[in-house]
Design a protein around this ligand. Structure first.
Ligand code: FAD
Length: 460
């Protein structure tokens, strides 16, 4: 049943009204990476089903058990859920929150008397795909359909294919085909069928819950409150009209910082895309990169553990642990690299230009396996997204789809001169820069470059 729900088949008006529904009958909306009520496709269709809706969220122990006690993302999710809970309680309903293994929780939810259907938005990561298959099997035994919806992306899976019906491996033609499929008229963008928001009508459609649960504390799940730096959770103060001019300058606040909101779905991709199309084409293209890497991960799941191009699997990495540690801590003696790593460690964010330079430095200058860097970013980034992180790391390592050719190696010093010419960004994060206290460079870039070329040439 999964993925096959006929979207416009059932509407509220064509089905039974709530007053005719049996007392304990209900459907569930399962929140995952869609932590908002407005323009939420699965929630919209759950509310249209004609059966009262119960909302739930599961803190997944399979994921949580591998996280440190202070994890910014868990704090962020917790805050967002508290907001949603309050909003639902205002309608005499609730957001039920579970902490455990999704499979166990669904085994018990499937036994709940009166549960008729489950609604949720799709997640494209291999772990999530398997989890949803397992949940579907559990529900299936009880004849409870699981309806899944596309909400995280404008085009998913195999919706954008080449003329040979194969997935794109190169961004530029993908981007062109994506735009053709959208068929957007920027003047009338609000009427574009792919971008129309899904209305929210909660009144009288939620399951009444007499004794709403208190929000479980972070502590009860083994976490402590982490300090979160500011991340926009909506589009209110986002003006991207100068994005193309400002986006490469880490000292300026010239990018949207919406990665976290997109990752956790506190904003909808439809509203974000609409804003991008209206304001700035470069910004629009960046959002298409996000969809590009999502379809790469979906169609080529081997990228999770291996290079997209298999010939790069045999590079003789040096993998020096001490050097890796210095990179993690921002102690390489290359100011732009160190500034970026310190920004990441302190805030959970790093500017895109600096992500490219730090990644290149780890892989090319230090000859450390890109997967080590990928894992470190995955642990630290607020906007961590498997598809984008993996795709960009492979891009930096020159082994991915559409990757930078391996022989194009960023020079961290000239990158700094070009993109932080007044050293504002590096002075902010590396206070001791330009003093005797600053550490000596970990490698000589010129020599490291030659060493890297040799290692890559040996496998291509
Ligand atoms: P903006 O520049 O304002 O862009 C808007 C949105 O477009 C972003 O929030 C993101 O959703 C999307 N986007 C922009 N650039 C890219 C890109 N190159 N690839 C995919 N999507 C993009 N992005 C992530 O969302 N999660 C990651 O885990 C991640 N890891 C990265 C690792 C490396 C080594 C590199 C080089 C880039 C990575 N990126 C990742 C892409 C990019 O750096 C971030 O999306 C961006 O810096 C987030 O800041 P922003 O929201 O201000 O972006």
């Amino acid at each position: 049943y999964i993925n096959k729900f006929p979207l416009y088949f059932v509407t509220y008006s064509t089905r039974q009204t709530l007053s005719t529904v049996q007392k304990d009958h209900h459907v569930i909306h399962w929140f995952r990476r869609d932590l908002r009520l407005h323009d939420n496709k699965a929630l919209h269709f759950a509310l249209e089903s004609g059966t009262p809706v119960k909302c739930i969220f599961i803190f997944d122990r399979n994921i949580l058990d591998n996280l440190p006690e202070e994890d910014r993302r868990i704090t962020f999710i917790h805050r967002q859920l508290s907001r949603i809970k309050e909003q639902l309680q205002a309608y005499e309903s609730d957001l039920e929150i579970y902490h455990g293994e999704p499979i166990d929780i669904w085994k018990s939810l499937a036994e709940t008397h009166g549960l008729k259907e489950v609604y949720t938005n799709r997640d494209y990561e291999p772990y999530a795909i398997q989890r949803d298959k397992d949940v579907d099997a559990i529900l299936n035994k009880k004849k409870i359909p699981l309806h899944t919806f596309k909400d995280h992306l404008i085009f998913e899976k195999k919706e954008i294919l080449t003329q040979q019906e194969t997935p794109y491996k190169v961004f530029t033609p993908y981007c062109r085909a994506w735009k053709e499929s959208l068929d957007a008229d920027p003047e009338n963008i609000q009427y574009n069928k792919h971008l129309i928001p899904y209305p929210l009508n909660l009144k009288g459609r939620l399951l009444k819950i007499k004794d709403p649960q208190a929000m479980p504390s972070l502590k009860s799940m083994g976490f402590a409150e982490a300090k979160i730096h500011h991340y926009p959770t909506d589009l209110r103060n986002t003006d991207m009209s100068d994005y193309d001019k400002m986006r490469n300058l880490p000292a300026k606040d010239g990018t949207s910082r919406l990665g976290t909101a997109l990752r956790f779905g506190t904003i909808s991709i439809r509203e974000t895309m609409k804003m991008a199309i209206k304001t700035n084409e470069t910004f629009w293209n960046e959002l298409i990169w996000r969809e590009f890497f999502s379809q790469i991960l979906y169609n080529f799941p081997h990228v999770v553990n291996e290079p997209f191009h298999k010939k790069y699997a045999n590079i003789a990495w040096r993998n020096n642990e001490e050097e890796f540690e210095r990179w993690c801590q921002g102690e390489t003696g290359y100011a732009l690299v160190d500034a970026g790593m310190r920004e990441l460690n302190k805030t959970g964010f790093m500017h895109n230009r600096v992500r490219m330079v730090t990644a290149s430095f780890l892989v090319k200058d230090l000859l450390i396996d890109w997967r080590w860097g990928e894992a470190y970013f995955a642990e630290k980034l607020m906007d961590y997204e498997l598809a984008s992180n993996n795709g960009n790391w492979q891009w930096a390592a020159g082994c991915g789809t559409d990757a930078a050719p391996y022989f194009r190696i960023f020079n961290p010093e000239s990158q700094q001169k070009k993109f932080d010419p007044e050293s504002i960004y590096i002075k902010k994060w590396v206070k001791e820069w330009d003093t005797e206290d600053y550490t000596a460079p970990i490698v000589d870039h010129k020599k490291a470059r030659q060493r890297c070329l040799k290692a890559y040439k040996a496998v291509v």
